[in-house]
Design a protein around this ligand. Structure first.
Ligand code: UDP
Length: 317
């Protein structure tokens, strides 16, 4: 049987990946300490015989199951959450990644590392190709995440070179969809919650900074293709994100205000330190190496997301 270990299985992205692997016929071990993820995200998975929950901290995980593939997603990922636990964030991305790679070395597993567009920092080139080395502040408030992921990438290529581990590095750009934590502080979840409550949407600074937003099912498809690609097919990291989903924060606020009922105004608040100015993936590698392309445009993805948020908010709004 096809077998997979997913670290960070209780997170937004991890739980959607788990559901997809189960649908694809995998036996799945999902590891999480639920520091930022939620058991509720695994409600469906836990009804399945082929799913096994490992409630553990990946930094000291004990014996791990031997599987054909490991998707390594464990890490706090929203700026307020990783900044609330900078040491834990560095620890899971260093010691946690070490555990994953050692396990892959022992068991012959293929690894898909969930890296991030944050490795590019506040980028000086736009859009960002994988060949760009980035512009990262190593001691700023975002450094625990940025440098944690950069270290995870470095460790992965070291294990690939020294130990022959087959690691594929996915650099994931902003992704959204159902199951994002209501209070994780990201722009999409904040705006949807505020819009549904009829509260002002909190735009940081002038709101002319941009992000590119990818719907979760597209992202999961990209991760699956990365894992399934034949050995040697991916000679470097691959950006996964939706270049057509680029919007300024103000544009996003207007769109979400409209889709959530149009009762909210925009309120400008202080801009976070080191907040990247713009971000859009160059996805030529994903297109040519994986035949992958995001399918869900931003307005459609938001329409698929908002009802699930409304349900969790208990019908308010
Ligand atoms: N942002 C905002 N209001 C919010 C949350 C975020 O204006 O309530 C902005 C933030 O300044 C950043 C962008 O939205 O420019 C994306 O932030 P997010 O935390 O979603 O993710 P990031 O891409 O920065 O990791």
């Amino acid at each position: 049987m096809k077998t997979a270990l997913v670290t960070g299985a209780g997170g937004f992205l991890g739980s959607h990946l788990v559901d997809r692997l189960l649908a694809d016929g995998y036996e799945v071990w999902g590891l999480d300490n639920f520091s930022t993820g939620s058991p509720r995200n695994l409600t469906f998975a836990r009804t399945q015989r082929r799913f096994h929950l490992l409630r553990r901290d990946l930094a000291s995980p004990g014996p791990l199951p031997r599987t054909g593939v490991i998707y390594h997603l464990a890490s706090p990922a929203s700026p307020p959450r990783y900044q609330a636990d900078p040491v834990g964030t560095l620890r899971v991305n260093s010691a946690g990644t070490f555990s994953v790679l050692q396990q892959a070395m022992r068991g012959g597993a293929r690894v898909v590392l969930a890296s991030t567009s944050e490795v590019y920092g506040d980028p000086e080139v736009h859009p960002q190709p994988e060949t760009y080395w980035g512009h990262v502040n190593p001691i700023g408030p975002r450094s625990c995440y940025d440098e944690g992921k950069r270290f995870a990438e470095a460790l992965s290529v070291a294990f690939a070179k020294a130990e022959g581990v087959d690691v594929r590095i996915a650099r994931i750009f902003n992704t959204y969809g159902p199951r994002m934590a209501l209070d994780d502080g990201r722009v999409v979840s904040n705006f949807i919650v505020q819009g549904l409550r009829g509260e002002p949407l909190t735009v940081q600074g002038r709101g002319d900074q941009s992000r590119s937003f990818c719907y979760v099912s597209d992202l999961v498809e990209g991760l699956r293709r990365m894992a399934d690609a034949p050995e040697g097919r991916l000679p470097g990291p691959v950006n996964l994100g939706n270049p057509r989903g680029e919007r300024t924060v103000t544009e996003l606020a207007r769109l979400i205000a409209r889709l959530t009922g149009g009762r909210s105004e925009i309120r400008h608040i202080v801009r976070a330190t080191d907040d990247p100015e713009r971000r859009r993936p160059d996805i030529r590698r994903a297109r040519s190496w994986l035949g992958w392309e995001p399918r869900i445009p931003l307005p459609r993805g938001l329409t698929l997301t908002i009802p699930e948020f409304r349900e969790r908010l208990g019908g308010t709004g």
